[in-house]
Ligand binder design. Structure first.
Ligand code: UT7
Length: 336
């Protein structure tokens, strides 16, 4: 039977590093506040002059992942691109990446599930592979947040969290009798809380979609009810963990590494304590990158592989919660 296997990973961060102290030049905040409340010490942002989008960052990450998987662009059957900060409103960043890869007709699909974009993307890739429709899928999570943030005190609660970056995985259907690959997925959404973390304008439900008034009111910047999202994460992440473990027929102890979305280190520390998981089994890299939304989970996996925290035979549990509100978890096992 075909199993959905990850055969290559890659990450790319733009070279410009913005420290917490750098942010204090533009807004009333402090490195202590940011570090204490979020765990973040620095993030990468694209150059201020613009001209770099998620498809550019995604291309760099994809080239690394493809090299490691032994793929050329022509091998790709489908591109899935997860982002909440698309290069342009339309077409999707997947189409832009497809062209940058030199491809002419390979299908490209954008996933707009924000912090759970990688989880939705991996589950979608798994379904396509198991259906037999596609066999080699490039899944990319990439964001350029920095060009769309309110870099003043008004936006400080949101702005200090976000970083730019990309990560990519090559996913292949491989025949195996072993219990490997994507073992189980659980995905959820609760649109009731859509406005708790959203970016409203430009919006087709507004006429005009953008105006001086909207700009003055800052409705073109992301807005978040941080406390609500925080509390939902503390409740939903343990719940979805139990759910996905049951689906896979596994126990907490069977997981070698938990790779959560990196939104706030405190959320992941609460999760580790609530679930009674040994500290070293929950991966953190938010200190260095901030919240890169759709990129956080594959970026963390790529680093964990490099750090040799995981490898042949390792079982991973990916999980996250964010805008939508959406949340989910996927269990993945590397071949032994
Ligand atoms: O990936 C997307 C999913 N997002 C999340 O999971 C985010 C979840 N939420 C959070 O991570 C936290 O809610 C935040 C880090 C965003 C905010 O932390 P908080 O502990 O909830 O702070 P708060 O918004 O309740 O604000 C507490 C105080 C306020 O001041 P007063 O009213 O107590 O005087 C804020 O004005 O901290 C102030 N504040 C700041 N101070 C310095 C808010 N942002 C900042 C800042 N620097 N950047």
């Amino acid at each position: 039977m075909k199993k959905t296997m990850i055969t290559g990973t890659g990450r790319y961060l733009p070279p410009r590093i913005v420290t917490n102290n750098d942010l204090t030049k533009w807004m009333d905040t402090s490195s202590e506040w940011i570090q204490k409340r979020t765990g973040i010490e620095q993030r990468h942002w694209v150059e201020e002059e613009g001209g770099t989008g998620p498809a550019d960052l995604g291309l760099e990450a994809s080239l690394i992942a493809m090299k490691r998987a032994g793929w050329t662009a022509g091998d790709i059957d489908l591109i899935i691109f997860a982002t909440l900060s698309p290069d342009v409103n339309f077409p999707g960043s997947g189409c832009l990446l497809q062209y940058k890869l030199g491809l002419e007709s390979t299908p490209a699909l954008d996933i707009r599930q924000q912090c759970t974009g990688f989880l939705y993307g991996l589950s979608t890739a798994d379904a396509f592979i198991r259906s037999g429709l596609y066999n080699k899928i490039l899944l990319v999570g990439a964001e350029v947040h920095s060009t769309g943030l309110d870099i003043t005190t008004r936006g400080r609660d949101v702005t200090v969290i976000f970083g730019d970056g990309a990560a990519a995985v090559c996913i292949e259907g491989i025949e195996s009798d072993e219990q490997v690959g994507v073992l189980a997925s659980s995905l959820h959404a609760q649109g009731e809380f859509a406005k708790s973390l959203w970016l409203e304008a430009p919006a087709s439900m507004l006429n005009p979609r953008i105006s001086e008034k909207i700009l003055d009111e800052g409705r073109h910047y992301p807005e978040m009810d941080g406390k609500l999202i925080f509390k939902m994460a503390l409740k939903k992440l343990p719940e979805v963990t139990i759910e996905v473990l049951e689906k896979a027929g596994l126990n907490l102890d069977d997981i070698d590494l938990f790779i959560p979305h990196q939104a706030n280190m405190r959320i992941n520390q609460f999760y580790q304590k609530t679930m009674n998981i040994p500290k070293g089994k929950v991966f953190h890299n938010i200190q260095r990158y901030g919240n890169t939304t759709a990129a956080t989970i594959p970026l963390a996996m790529d680093e964990a592989l490099e750090m040799k925290l995981i490898g042949k035979g390792s079982t991973l549990l990916f999980l996250g919660l964010g805008a939508g509100v959406t949340w989910g978890a996927v269990i993945y096992r590397f071949a032994g």
